[in-house]
Design a protein around this ligand. Structure first.
Ligand SMILES: [Cu+2]
Length: 107
């Protein structure tokens, strides 16, 4: 593939990133185009020095439709299950720190 085509492909793949700082999601509200993907990056040196890291997990009974799995300090992961979500608003949390709250908006 020529470089120009690679750039076009990267732009078409709609990826949004959410991070965490001091046990808060940053940004707390994440907006994503329908069919896009969400990356979770954990650069949080303030996470109480905890090795377990953080997760991005939908707050939903009986189970989340999307979940990043545990992402340790300095690591990143794609939040699986996001690209299939219908447009709407979805609350998420961290499985390790249930007080952490965020909202994912799919347009
Ligand atoms: Cu956490």
């Amino acid at each position: 593939m020529r470089p120009r085509l690679l750039i076009a492909a990267a732009a078409a793949a709609d990826t949004t990133m959410v991070t965490v700082y001091a046990d808060h999601f940053l940004p707390a509200t994440v907006t994503l185009a329908h069919g896009g993907t969400l990356q979770f990056f954990d650069p949080d040196p303030w996470g109480n020095g905890e090795a377990p890291g953080h997760t991005v997990t939908e707050r939903r009974f009986p189970g989340p439709r999307f979940d990043s799995g545990v992402v340790g300090l300095g690591k990143a992961a794609e939040v699986s299950g996001v690209s299939g979500l219908a447009p709407g608003s979805y609350a998420f949390t961290c499985r390790i720190h249930p007080f952490m709250r965020g909202t994912l908006i799919v347009r």
